[in-house]
Each structure stands twice: as C-alpha cells, then as structure tokens.
Design a protein around this ligand. Structure first.
Ligand code: PMP
Length: 453
C-alpha cells in the first residue's frame, strides 16, 4: 500500500469511527477521503482527481483555494481571529459595505449569521416582528435549511424529519410555484404556467387572510428541490401581490446568490427588489462559514428604537468576513460572474441540452448560469421519473449507480431526486465543462437502460 493510500485508509477509519454525518444513514455511507483541492478539482489521498461539478454544495463559486481568499484569511488570522458582534470591526464593516453595494438601492444593512438556515430564521423573525403578522407562505418545492423555522418553511417532504409533527411550523402555508415540465396547473406554455401560478398564490393569500400573513419566502431560483428558474413575469407578479396585500417579499439567495446564476443576485435578472434577502454559500465561497440577511430601510427602522431580539456569538466573524471581502473583490475583478453567465448561455446550456439527443432518459434540461439540472425519466411520453419522489435505498439505485459511474470516471456530481445537478464553480472553463459533459454522455447509457423501451 502506498503512503497516500495508507493515510486515506486512516482518514476513512477515523471518519467511520467518530463522525456523525448529516442527512445520512450512518452505516450505509462510504465517504470519500479528500486530501486537497484547487480550482475546479479536488483529489483523494491516492492522487485521484475529481472534476467538481457540484462546487461541493453549490457554494465554492470562486473555485477551490483561490490564492487571494486564502491569503486574506491568513492575514486576518494573524491580526484578529474573533471578536464579539457588539463591537465595530474593520473587515465586518467592509464586507457588509461590499454586499450592500451589490444589492439594490434601499437594501443597505446586513445582519451576519453563520449559515443559510440562520439567515432564514432571522429573516422570518424580522418579517413577523415588522408586520405583526404570524403566517408565512413558501413553495412546496423548496429548501430553506434544517433548523426550526427554516425546516418548517421547507416544502420538500424528502427533507422533513419523520417526526415532522415535532418540527413543523404551524404558521407556514405552502403553495405551488411554476414548474412547466410537471405543471400543477395543467399548463402547456410558460405564460400560462406563470399566470396560473400567480392566480393560485393570490387565492391562497385571500383564503388565508392577508392580515394574517407576514411574508412570502422563496428561493429566487429554486435549487436543491428542483432547479426551477421562474418564468419571466412570475417574480414581478409575486412582488405585485406582496405590495397589494402588504406582505414582505423575502428572497432566499443562499444557493442562487453571489454569481451562481450569472448575476450578483438571481433577482437581478428580473429587476425585482425584495424586502429581505438571505445569503450564505457563495458570499465567500464557503471558505469560512458565513451567511446573512440584507435588510430594507423600513424593516431596519422597526428596530431603530426597539432591540432586535436575535443574534449569534459568531455573527460577522472576522475570518469569515475577511474571506467575503476577498472573494467579492476577486469575483468583481476576475469577471467570475460574467464567466458564469457565459457558461450557462454558451457551454453548459447547449452541452447539457444536447444530451437529450442521444439519451432517451433525459426528460428535461433547465438552468441558468452555472446552475443546471438534467431531469431523468423512464419514459419521455409519460414523464415517469427515473426514480420516484423521495426514493431511498434500492428504489434509488439507478441514481446511485449513475453517480458512482461518474465518480469512477473522475466527475463529481450530486443528485436531487431524479435529477443530476450541475452546479460547478462559476470559474469553470469551457474545456472543463466539456470534459464533465463527456462523462455524463457516457454514463447516461446506464439511465437509458431503465427506460420503458
Ligand atoms: N436556503 C437555501 C436556498 C439553501 O439551498 C440552503 C442550503 N443548501 C439553505 C437555505 C440552508 O443553508 P445552510 O445549510 O447553510 O444552513
């Protein structure tokens, strides 16, 4: 056994003996020991390299080990590693300014958290206190984090603990958003889907009683629960409903923000301005945990004289903020967002769509920027999913086989239900994209074999 293999074995043994993994059946997983990473690749202890078509959890937007961000963390570690949220701190202030400068006018204040879920918790708390109303609306197809209110908002049943009764937030109501491929409204065109989804949302608001609803919370582009890009007109329609009924619009940009869609914020594509924005992941590419809420002036004013009841010990942590400052500056100077846009329009979009030509298992391909999914079916005519919603164990085997085949060919992708998600670093090159798509082209033969014939 080589020294590298020996070390990898030790890492695996320690992990299996002592690490409790999130979202996993502990005895059924076989985690890959990872030794290092750079750019669009990471590698194991034996030197096998993997092209990272996941950007881990769609967070490493700037690529792995960006030298400028690593240097900023090192520099900050030498100056000040931690300080309470109650003092002013140079990197915290600069990071907040850089974020606010990229947000629409009027969204000027940032409350920092350590994760996306905490950002959602605080945004909902702010919305409820600002409006004095208890209920919150969120789409069925959504993921907002695994803590109390965030998991209550989450409509994707696959994510909800079996003892959901103990976790559910009774003041959340779910609705159907646009998803033309599997339309809840029997629509056949995007404008039809958009209009019917807005009518459905309006009816829900009226039946629940607008005076009881604080906010609509939704991912601008729905990520882990479908990769659903809203049709033109939908976000503007939701904004209009919020204005008409006095609801706040909270856009969750934890996954789709900071470059992923080819814009600083996904809502920039449609020119819609929310009241609160949640962010995390891409803000510093996950190099140090950081999330937050961008707060509009009216919500800020609610807490001008009255204390905001919430906070976290590590809010605005200096190492995380130093990483954010460096990551945002590097993204701006190195045209990372432009690259994500070109990837979507010129490389990933056409390349992934072309897979449908040779693979009958490809039912739908959708996305924007560096944010794509290939939805797999057994039968294109009936659109029966390759694996059923919520499939686990043996029922999910076709997807697991596909991921394992990618891995054995040096491509790291994640699946969401019956979809392969393609969410690489926004810095991915066209050549790297072509390499990854070529692997998908080879392994999709496996999915085709499950077809109706
Ligand atoms: N909101 C969205 C849209 C997300 O995708 C996620 C995480 N994938 C979260 C919230 C929760 O973030 P975290 O895991 O950092 O708590």
């Amino acid at each position: 056994m080589t020294a590298g293999a020996e070390l990898g074995k030790q890492v695996h043994e320690d992990d299996r003996a002592h690490v409790f993994h999130s979202w996993s059946a502990q005895s059924l997983i076989d985690p890959l020991p990872v030794a290092g990473a750079e750019g669009s690749y990471f590698w194991d202890f034996e030197g096998n390299r993997y092209l990272d078509f996941s950007a881990q959890l769609a967070n490493v937007n700037i690529g792995h080990q960006h030298p400028r961000v690593v240097a900023a963390i090192r520099r900050q570690a030498g100056l000040l590693c931690t300080i309470s949220p109650h003092v002013a701190n140079d990197v915290r202030g600069r990071a907040a300014r850089l974020i606010a400068e990229r947000a629409p006018a009027g969204l000027d204040r940032v409350m920092f958290t350590n994760s996306g879920a905490e950002a959602v918790e605080n945004a909902v708390r702010m919305a409820r206190l600002h409006t004095g109303r208890p209920k919150v609306l969120a789409p069925y197809r959504s993921y907002h984090g695994s803590t109390g209110t965030a998991i209550g908002l989450t409509g994707d049943q696959r994510r909800i603990p079996n003892d959901a009764a103990g976790h559910a937030d009774p003041l959340v109501r779910h609705f159907f958003g646009p998803y033309l491929y599997r339309s809840a409204f029997h629509a056949t065109t995007e404008p039809e889907e958009c209009e019917r989804a807005l009518t459905h949302l309006r009816d829900l608001i009226e039946l629940e009683g607008p005076a009881t609803i604080a906010a609509i919370v939704m991912e601008t582009v729905i990520g882990g629960s479908g990769l659903l890009v809203p049709p033109d007109g939908y976000l503007a329609g939701v904004r209009e409903l919020c204005d008409r009924y006095g609801l706040l619009l909270v856009l969750d940009e934890v996954m789709c923000g900071f470059g992923r869609t080819g814009a600083w914020f996904a809502f920039d594509h449609w020119g819609v301005v929310p009241d609160l924005v949640t962010f995390a992941k891409g803000v510093n590419s996950g190099y140090v945990p950081l999330g937050g809420v961008i707060v509009s002036q009216p919500v800020y004013d609610t807490f001008a004289e009255r204390a905001y009841p919430g906070g976290h010990t590590y809010s605005g942590h200096p190492l995380a903020c130093a990483a954010a400052e460096a990551a945002i500056e590097a993204m701006a100077e190195e045209d990372v967002i432009g690259n994500a846009g070109r990837l979507g329009g010129e490389v990933l979009g056409p390349g992934l769509r072309a897979l449908a030509g040779s693979h009958p298992s490809v039912g739908d391909v959708r996305g924007i920027g560096a944010f794509w999914a290939v939805e797999l079916v057994k039968d294109r005519a009936t659109r029966e999913p390759l694996v059923p919603y919520g499939a686990a164990g043996a029922a999910n085997r076709p997807m697991l086989e596909l991921l394992a085949a990618c891995r054995s060919q040096g491509l790291w992708v994640l699946a969401g239900g019956n979809r392969v998600h393609v969410t690489p670093p926004c810095t991915l090159t066209a050549a790297e994209a072509a390499d990854g798509i070529a692997v998908l082209d080879r392994v999709l033969d496996l999915a085709d074999q499950h077809g109706a014939g």
